[in-house]
Write a protein that binds this ligand. Sequence first.
Ligand code: DP6
Length: 402
Amino acid sequence: MPEERTEQPHIVTCTAPVNIAVIKYWGKRNEDLILPINSSLSVTLHQDQLKTTTTVATSRSFQEDRIWLNGKEEDITHPRLQSCLREIRRLARKRRNDGDSGVDSASLSHKVHICSVNNFPTAAGLASSAAGFACLVYTLARVFGVEGELSGIARQGSGSACRSMYGGFVQWIMGNKEDGKDSLAQQVEPETHWPELRILVLVASAERKPVGSTSGMQTSVKTSCLLKHRAESVVPGRMVEMTEAIRKKDFAAFAELTMKDSNQFHATCLDTYPPIFYLNHVSQQIISLVHRYNKHYGETRVAYTFDAGPNAVIFTLQQHVPEFVHVVQHFFPPETNGADFIKGLPVNCASLSEELKQGIGLEPMPKGINYIISTKAGPGPCVVEDPTQQLLSSDGFPKKMM
Ligand code: DP6
């Protein structure tokens, strides 16, 4: 439509990270506002390895709001997208009325074009909705000139997205107000706090998860008394202990709590009726491997956590990465033993002693793991200044259809 291309759009591009919870969020007390039944805590993963990039354009000539996700136009009327758009515009209007000179008044009445891509497979179960909604909200805010607290808006896109609004170690405080105004994310420690901490994402399967988190947690809230007990009596204490373990960089305490909380989350899934199974035989084998590895050394060197899917996320310290990666490679022999198995931060070579292999004593499971992404804690959302990185061209339409 030629009339859509008459005016130069205002274009902004940003990136946002994935986060992995070490104290899990599972269950809502308000579905529309996305208010949780417990607080949660996560580590923001580095965007060099995992990120969402979003470009937003506004122009007087755009006829309607539109969105393209990973190369395909999607339905902008999705209620969660609408919540984020509505809340950002509401905030921008409020700031403008309060006399904030940073707000771009002209673009407030304009329609937006949104284009977003992940640098990792969406279906791999790597919390793409968290990075996606965090990036959307952060970019929209930049377009309209809104600054300050935005996690309460990202939360309305996807609960876990509020934690992707900050880098490092982040807590989402559940809050107790009816309107959700106090249900916000906060940084506990910055990404520079614990430089030795490393994260390995073990991609077990690229299949879509069987039950999505939104509907899964709905059924858990309705049917699991273990979930109620967890939210009321277990998580509050764990939030305090976890914050303390992170502050002191006490790996053993951090690791044990992380594993216990992952296990309790999956126990609530099994306590849901009908039960939900996110872990598969590969996940169970990884759990055994980690416990046997730690037992062999008589100390907690490695921890696992699993979200609503079979991929394991491993936490360890830098000095243990080479050996543990080779342990994984030995017990889950990949199809090709090539470099493709390990992506992300480079991993040095290591040799495995017979004693260690025998100490672990598991039957190798060929091709159980597709690949490993080696990463660390990273920063929150950022603005991309380089115009060549924009996903929308100067007319405000996607650069290339992938
Ligand atoms: C298991 O944030 O995806 O990853 O709020 O319905 O969008 P909605 O759910 P979502 O749930 C994430 C659940 C989890 C645990 C966590 O990240 O805390």
